[in-house]
Design a protein. Structure first.
Length: 273
């Protein structure tokens, strides 16, 4: 809905139309439409929010998602969308730090989604991801581990990917590597390969780290993965592959020099010979 004010002439015309048609009066004629159904309005707002996400307008998306929840607080798709956008702000949607990062709100709407739709695996997976960002790793593991054995979950690689990341971040690098290897059985899972590369880097196996970070940027779907280029540059520098490392940092900066990752890559280029 537009927030623009009507021009005076149009405003008068609308008032005249309302008075003439009886809209807003207590008595309704046979041809007077019934008030909009809140559930239908909620669905409409959700659809607008989804469209805004697809166009990269995340604040507009959040506004529609929250209105959808106001119209129907049992709309699990709307609560899920709100949680996704809130988490996206915290993860740096479009690569920038965002003042709208509120992990507590992301968790609130993720938990509401799970409560409203307890069999909705994507909702549980999202809650696990939020808990990882909140560094509540044992809770994240409890949420995510059952998803990895759920035969109905068609995106099980996402659960393995988040489970493995929670394990790595909590210090169980070997366990995380096992889980992340399960995640990357989906060959286009760029984030899974990136996390597996980071896990091997933490373990000190730089050869496997470079290999998996290479998989994270391989192919058309992954070749704009800025964080993976930065990480591979760091690994290659440790391996003594200075020219290849610089090429990765250059690629990283070239994707967008103004993001947090792009700025770090610029610093690496200036600091390293």
């Amino acid at each position: 809905m537009s927030s623009a004010r009507l021009r005076p002439g149009l405003a008068a015309g609308v008032v005249a139309f309302v008075l003439a048609s009886g809209v807003g009066c207590t008595a309704r004629g046979a041809n007077t439409p019934a008030p909009p159904d809140p559930e239908h309005q909620s669905v409409a707002e959700f659809n607008l929010g989804l469209d805004a996400v697809n166009h990269g307008d995340f604040r507009v998306a959040l506004s529609h998602a929250l209105r959808a929840v106001e119209f129907d607080d049992k709309n699990a798709r709307a609560t899920h969308l709100a949680a996704i956008v809130y988490l996206g702000f915290c993860n740096g949607l479009r690569g920038f730090a965002d003042p709208d990062c509120r992990l507590a709100d992301a968790e609130k709407y993720a938990r509401r989604t799970v409560k409203l739709a307890p069999t909705y695996a994507d909702g549980k997976n999202l809650l696990g991801e939020v808990l990882i960002d909140e560094k509540r790793y044992p809770e994240a593991l409890d949420v995510l581990r059952p998803l990895t054995t759920d035969p109905s979950y068609t995106s099980i690689h996402l659960a393995w990917g988040n489970l493995g990341w929670a394990q790595v971040m909590s210090g169980d690098v070997d366990g995380g590597i096992v889980s992340l290897k399960n995640a990357v059985t989906e060959p286009r899972f760029c984030v899974g390969f990136y996390r597996l590369g980071v896990a091997y880097e933490k373990k000190g196996d730089l050869t496997q780290a470079e290999l998996n970070l290479g998989n994270a940027v391989d192919g058309e779907a992954c070749n704009n993965f800025q964080d993976a280029f930065e990480e591979r540059g760091k690994v290659r520098f440790q391996l003594g592959q200075v020219d290849l490392a610089r090429a990765d940092f250059e690629r990283c900066r070239g994707l967008n020099p103004d993001t947090l990752t792009g700025k770090r890559c610029t610093q690496s280029l200036e600091a390293k010979p």
